[in-house]
Design a binder for this molecule. Structure first.
Ligand SMILES: [Zn+2]
Length: 392
């Protein structure tokens, strides 16, 4: 910008300055994931912390997708980082210059950051640079994409959806589904352990008091500074290190109900009274003291505590969660009532057979374009991977 300004300033007035060329349409970028292989889950902007220690301002866009789905470079550029990093798990960062605009794209939670590309390598627009995984701070397979105008770290993280839409890629219309884009007015958290409540974002600030574990805090979405979170406890606002702030009671994690309904019981046995019938996808909080006989799990649902059958809850809610076991064999279970196994990787190819809910399939290859080759009952074909689950 500075150079341009100088060049204009020194142009002698008697020289006919050529009119600037008409505004060119921006160079079209590439989508990071193929059409119909993802759901738009968590958006750029202020949010409540989704997991303990995570950010409260989402600097990127999350795409829920099947583990193994191809991730592509949004533009040609040079890889500056590829490998492991705390938080993002396995990542790739690429520097680009497109239409004179310098920016970086960042792809996180990949299966293996330096399997497809290496730092220093040049990549083409649309090149396969990684595979969707769930490494780092993540609860289910998804791509976390950031776009940094001016370059990663030194520039500014902008909304990837807006940035790409301005350059010809509307990711909202290519998805399987878009979660509602809503920001709550207030977040509820819990202290994950006994912790100091301070007047400012750092250990150099004085201590207001000590707060015991598992006590309720409230916060505004986005309220934080670096590794510190601004929270309110009993009317007093102060700061706590992010590692001690958890969105779930006792911080033992969140699980989701797999079947279409599940009984929440008053005790760890099928003869205990049903407190409430939990719907499919109901969000449960695991309680510290609760895992009985490897079968029953103590959970909280809204304001109710109780017990559920542990095999009917899972870490993941969305997309397929196909994860190979240690022997290399990979099994997955059909989630919807029925699912067509087809001859090819497309819904327009012939049906081989109709699978039913909870039937088990063996995965025979990597997920590609949202489809995966499977075997069931001696027959081989392809299914859309988002309809498979990693557990029965
Ligand atoms: Zn994210």
């Amino acid at each position: 910008m500075l150079l341009t300004a100088l060049a204009v300033a020194v142009t002698p007035t008697f020289v006919q300055v050529a009119a600037p060329p008409p505004a060119q349409a921006a160079t079209r970028l590439a989508a990071p994931l193929k059409n119909d292989t993802y759901v738009l889950s968590s958006y750029y902007g202020p949010r409540c912390m989704p997991v303990r220690g995570s950010s409260t301002y989402h600097l990127g866009q999350d795409f829920g997708a099947a583990s193994g789905t191809d991730v592509r470079a949004v533009a040609a550029g040079k890889v500056t980082r590829a490998g492991a990093i705390r938080g993002f798990g396995q990542w790739v960062v690429i520097d680009h210059v497109v239409d004179g605009v310098k920016f970086s794209s960042l792809y996180a939670h990949l299966i293996d950051g330096d399997r497809r590309v290496k730092a220093g390598q040049k990549v083409k627009k649309g090149q396969h640079i990684g595979d969707v995984g769930s490494t780092g701070t993540s609860t289910s397979p998804h791509l976390h994409l950031e776009i940094w105008r001016g370059g990663y770290g030194s520039g500014k993280a902008v909304d990837p959806l807006r940035f790409l839409r301005k350059r010809g890629v509307d990711l909202t219309t290519r998805s399987i589904r878009n979660y509602p884009r809503s920001v709550p007015s207030s977040c509820t958290y819990y202290t994950a352990a006994k912790v100091s409540f301070r007047t400012g974002p750092g250990t150099g600030y004085s201590k207001i008091r000590t707060i015991q574990a598992n006590l309720k805090l409230t916060a505004e979405p986005g309220a934080g500074s670096g590794e510190w979170r601004q929270v309110t406890r009993k009317g007093r606002t102060g700061w706590i290190h992010r590692d001690y702030v958890s969105p779930s009671y006792t911080s033992h994690g969140t699980r989701y109900v797999l079947p279409s309904s599940l009984n929440l019981r008053s005790g760890p046995s099928a003869s205990n009274k049903v407190r409430v019938r939990l719907p499919h996808d109901a969000r449960l909080t695991l309680l510290r003291d609760g895992y009985r006989n490897g079968v029953w799990q103590r959970v909280r649902y809204g304001s109710k505590n109780g017990w559920v059958s542990a095999r009917h809850i899972a870490l993941d809610r969305d997309g397929a969660q196909i994860v190979p076991d240690r022997t290399g064999k990979t099994f997955a279970w059909v989630d919807p009532k029925t699912l067509n196994m087809r001859k090819g990787r497309s819904a327009s190819t012939d049906r081989v057979l109709k699978l039913r809910r909870d039937e088990r399939v063996r995965q025979l290859g990597r997920v590609s374009n949202g489809w995966v080759k499977v075997r069931h009952d001696g027959r081989t074909g392809y299914v859309s991977a988002v309809y498979l689950r990693s557990r029965r």
